[in-house]
Design a protein. Structure first.
Length: 273
């Protein structure tokens, strides 16, 4: 199964016996479970990432549930409550948003929670902006009118409303997807905007609910880059070694140590903090 193949891939990478490691075996196993990713054609890295995380979560959740059943069967008088459905994936990557929705007629306030593993951020400029600009754009209050009206329980009808998002649970590792592929005049195009992102001290406290006690400062640990356009492109990655704190570039069979200055790239597509 894909979780086993992924484990073998991680083992090969960290053993350090090879100059580079091909993920071909993992891709083959994963492609059998998810035929959409089995071909050699270009796919979206963000969609692939979410699919991999979901797949690993399901596999690890089943292992966790099996371990819980074994512990319960060996413990006299143990509770028979089922597994909560969590895994190492949810522990590391899952966060929660809350959408505060206020009816503009009766002023009633309701909350809509939503779990996430990747936050897709709009890019509010065509030339240059910062990651904070993207975050502010994502979290700015929005007004729902016309076809986007909410059905207000208290008014008993559709009404205009405001909606404001906040983070109520900050994940240990937060992933930002920069929405470089956007629609303009009914045509989809790639935004080549330079997005400046901090390497450390990314403060998310302005977007985190006061009820959340999680750490609000993050440091960059990896970047996925996309070079090319809509029809043809090439993915590379920058990763920070957790022990040496050095940055490395992964470009097919080329794995090279790079200076910190090279990590700020116009091709950044996914940011891992």
């Amino acid at each position: 199964e894909s979780a086993t193949a992924f484990g073998c891939l991680m083992s090969d990478m960290w053993l350090g016996e090879f100059d580079f490691v091909s993920p071909e075996a993992f891709h083959s196993v994963f492609g059998k479970r998810h035929p959409a990713f089995s071909s050699k054609t270009q796919h979206d890295a963000q969609e692939f990432l979410i699919c991999v995380l979901d797949d690993l979560h399901e596999a690890f959740k089943q292992v966790r549930a099996q371990l819980c059943r074994e512990r319960r069967s060996s413990a006299a008088g143990a509770s028979t409550r089922s597994s909560s459905g969590t895994s190492i994936i949810t522990h590391l990557f899952e966060g929660q948003l809350s959408y505060a929705i206020r009816c503009l007629t009766c002023k009633a306030l309701s909350d809509k929670p939503e779990s996430f593993t990747v936050l897709s951020l709009p890019i509010p400029s065509t030339r240059v902006c910062s990651l904070q600009d993207c975050l502010e754009c994502f979290f700015q209050p929005d007004t729902l009118t016309r076809n986007n009206q909410i059905h207000c329980h208290w008014c008993g009808s559709n009404q205009d409303a405001t909606v404001t998002a906040s983070i109520t649970k900050a994940p240990q590792i937060i992933i930002f997807h920069l929405k470089r592929f956007a629609w303009q005049d009914k045509n989809r195009r790639k935004l080549s905007t330079t997005v400046c992102y901090p390497f450390s001290d990314l403060d998310l406290s302005p977007y985190i609910s006061t009820s959340c006690n999680n750490n609000t400062e993050y440091s960059l640990c990896a970047v996925v880059n996309h070079a090319g356009d809509l029809d043809y492109g090439h993915y590379t990655a920058f990763c920070k070694h957790s022990i040496t704190q050095h940055w490395y570039s992964f470009d097919d069979t080329q794995v090279t140590k790079i200076p910190d200055s090279a990590v700020q790239a116009d091709t950044a597509y996914l940011l891992f903090y």
